[in-house]
Design a protein around this ligand. Structure first.
Ligand SMILES: Nc1ncnc2c1ncn2[C@@H]1O[C@H](COP(=O)(O)OP(=O)(O)OP(=O)(O)O)[C@@H](O)[C@H]1O
Ligand SMILES: [Mg+2]
Length: 299
């Protein structure tokens, strides 16, 4: 997508998500995820040090911040892919600290990776089936009664084909994931995450490396998740995207949350502009990525 081209869809923004002033750690009216004192050090480096954060349910929240701010590390901690030094957090009221990644996913909180993890030597359809919640043959009970898992297997395949069709990947179902383009792999990863019927979808830079032809459709898919009642938390560097689809923005810098609020407010915040741009405080953040062209005379 080029900066000057308007996006087709004007998303319905969710408002009234927070209680009181929009400052870091602000309470939400209906949080799906609540984290306290979550910290992670690597050697002497404090990668994450989040005192309190709440993610609003049913909305699209963008997690932004400069490279190395700790966004991916926070994702890893909250989804059980890494262990924090301190902290507790809960998802839909259930304590998640110490719960391993596969169980977190089963509970309805799924994530995708900044570097896609689609398995190249499996086909697109096989990748999808691997993402399914109740893997067949998982229990002894199922292995004693094969008709049960056969039925489940058929259901999984049906769901996989349905989602692939929606993501326009159906014709590629028998291709190896390795043969897909970077953007198609991003789509596959998002599609696969939906196999578990999640309630919270966490996307780590879903648009990164995606060619412009697929960007708009990825964006549409993210908006669709919200329309279907899911909560989305996504990491993105492109401020134009963030402004367009996010209902709420959380800003990290050096491991901490430095600002929160609706996109239009956050992007004006001095601390945020500072974190991104150093001294160029009068420059619109969208310009950073080169995807926004400003009218003449403005900077
Ligand atoms: N496994 C690791 N071992 C050592 N240091 C790490 C590890 N993972 C992350 N870090 C460091 O922790 C800090 C936060 O990294 P993280 O990947 O979470 O940042 P990020 O906000 O996702 O950045 P980007 O926007 O570039 O993806 C960085 O300084 C990074 O070098
Ligand atoms: Mg990252």
């Amino acid at each position: 997508m080029s900066g000057s081209k308007p996006l087709k869809r004007t998303p319905q923004k969710s408002t009234g998500l927070h209680i009181g002033d929009a400052s870091p750690g602000v309470k939400k009216v209906d949080p799906i995820l609540v984290a306290d004192h979550v910290s992670r050090k690597f050697g002497g480096l404090v990668a994450v040090d989040v005192e309190h954060v709440e993610i609003p349910r049913g909305a699209i929240t963008a997690l932004i911040g400069p490279n190395g701010a700790g966004k991916t590390t926070l994702f890893n901690l909250l989804t059980g892919f890494d262990k924090p030094d301190t902290g507790t957090w809960s998802f839909s009221g259930k304590d998640l600290a110490g719960v391993p990644a596969h169980k977190v996913a089963k509970m309805g909180q799924v994530r995708t990776f900044q570097l896609t993890k689609a398995l190249g030597l499996l086909t697109v359809l096989e990748n999808m089936k691997l993402g399914a919640k109740d893997q067949t043959g998982e229990s002894l009970f199922q292995s004693i009664f094969p008709f049960l898992w056969k039925k489940q297997e058929a259901e999984i395949e049906e769901r996989a084909l349905e989602i692939l069709e929606r993501f326009k990947l159906l014709k590629l179902k028998d291709d190896f994931a390795a043969s897909l383009s970077g953007g198609q792999r991003k789509l596959l990863e998002m599609a696969r995450a939906l196999m578990t019927k999640p309630t919270l979808v966490m996307l780590d830079e879903p648009m990164a490396g995606v060619n412009p032809a697929l960007t708009e459709s990825l964006l549409e898919h993210i908006l669709d998740l919200k329309t279907e009642g899911m909560t989305v938390l996504f990491v993105e560097h492109d401020m134009h995207m963030v402004r367009h689809i996010a209902d709420w923005v959380i800003v990290m810098a050096e491991g901490r949350i430095i600002a929160e609020g609706p996109p239009e407010d956050v992007m004006k915040d001095e601390a945020v502009v500072d974190a991104y741009l150093g001294s160029h405080q009068d420059v619109d953040l969208g310009v950073v990525t080169g995807r926004i062209t400003l009218p003449k005379g403005e900077k």
